[in-house]
Design a protein around this ligand. Structure first.
Ligand code: PMP
Length: 353
């Protein structure tokens, strides 16, 4: 064996959903928004000049942090921005989870959490969600080195009310509690109103879903200034310029386009409710979704078979080959036309299978 190989860090990376190269694929596998971002976003991008590109971007991301803060009633010092909420969450893990006591997160949740924990050598313990995929708050009363919970949870699509989050905060004054709100705009429940009250709460959100900017990679965290300063120090120990000129401009324009954003979310929630009815009438079972996706099993056809046959028909959904979830598909809510194509295929398919 070459001598350098023993020095290579061993990791088990996260595997993102497929981004197909061919045209005409119905892409319902990564919870992207089916609508384009607000027109103002394109206008803002075109204002980035050639001269801008020869200069480093603002390392403090001042304008974007101020714009996000203004939208939600916070100052710049309460806002951290990063390259998608993945980078924000990764930075938060590295910053706040330095204890020898295991951190806690649900056993069925976002698959990136164990990846970061292993990468950074963070011990973790995963309380089991129940047979209906519900998280039990009492499981988070035990001693821990930190807590991270998505609300709504992914891939289950289940949202918990605000008093659930507050109860966990009240029981854990000595831990940083991260609430990953990647899908909260589709549930209408956010822990942001608790930020002023709890100095150990960090809320993360993203522009990838409800603001149609998955391709631009923008996420943020909101918390009290001490938390944000600690994250910034860690970020500045790795890379001072994570957000480029385009992302800074696009993010500011997107967060200011509030009417567009609200209408976009409304359309997706309305399509979600209509599609839920159709899928249930086709024999699918799933929890009430508070997100832009369903976590569905079929009463007869195994999920793996459905996943493969949908794929052959040019319809991509997500399948997780893991215990407890391996008979489920995660299906993103698209436009009404896209949901028609999905349901029409399924109607025909289920007559024959
Ligand atoms: N949290 C959860 C629960 C997610 O499902 C995702 C999307 N894969 C993210 C965070 C990260 O999204 P992004 O990096 O695009 O902001």
């Amino acid at each position: 064996m070459c001598s350098w190989k023993k020095n290579v860090r061993e990791v088990v990376p996260y595997v993102p959903g497929e981004q197909p190269k061919q045209a005409n694929v119905l892409k319902l596998n990564t919870n992207e928004n089916p609508y384009p971002p607000a027109p103002e976003v394109m206008d803002a991008i075109t204002l980035v000049s050639r001269e801008d590109l020869s200069r480093y971007p603002d390392p403090d991301c001042t304008a974007l942090r101020e714009a996000i803060g203004k939208q939600y009633g916070f100052t710049k010092n309460e806002v951290f921005v990063g390259v998608g909420s993945d980078e924000v969450l990764s930075t938060a893990f590295l910053t706040f989870f330095a204890s020898d006591t295991p951190i806690l997160y649900p056993d069925i949740t976002y698959e990136f959490y164990p990846v970061w924990a292993n990468l950074y050598g963070i011990p973790f313990r995963c309380p089991k969600v129940d047979e209906n995929f519900r998280i039990h708050k009492e499981d988070y009363y035990q001693k821990n080195g930190g807590i991270v919970i998505p609300n709504p949870n992914a891939p289950t699509s289940i949202g918990e009310p605000l008093d659930f989050v507050e109860d966990i905060l009240q029981h854990n004054p000595d831990s940083v509690v991260i609430i990953d709100e990647a899908y909260a705009d589709f549930s209408g429940v956010s822990a942001l109103p608790l930020v002023k009250k709890y100095d150990n709460l960090l809320v993360t959100q993203t522009f990838s879903k409800s603001r149609s900017l998955a391709g631009m990679r923008i996420g943020y965290a909101i918390g009290q200034p001490e938390l944000i300063a600690a994250m910034s120090a860690v970020r500045n120990s790795i890379n001072s310029y994570t957000m480029n000129h385009y992302a800074l401009a696009a993010g500011k324009a997107a967060v200011e386009a509030d009417d567009y954003f609200r209408e976009n979310v409304r359309k997706i929630c309305s399509t979600r409710e209509q599609t839920a009815e159709r899928l249930r009438s086709l024999g699918f079972r799933f929890p009430d979704s508070r997100t832009n996706f369903f976590f569905a099993e079929h009463e007869r056809v195994p999920a793996r078979q459905l996943f493969e046959d949908l794929r052959k028909a040019g319809i991509l959904v997500r399948y997780f080959d893991r215990p407890r979830v391996n008979n489920r598909l995660r299906i993103t809510v698209g436009t009404p036309e896209q949901m028609d194509r999905l349901c029409q295929f399924l109607e025909e398919y289920l007559k024959k299978n």
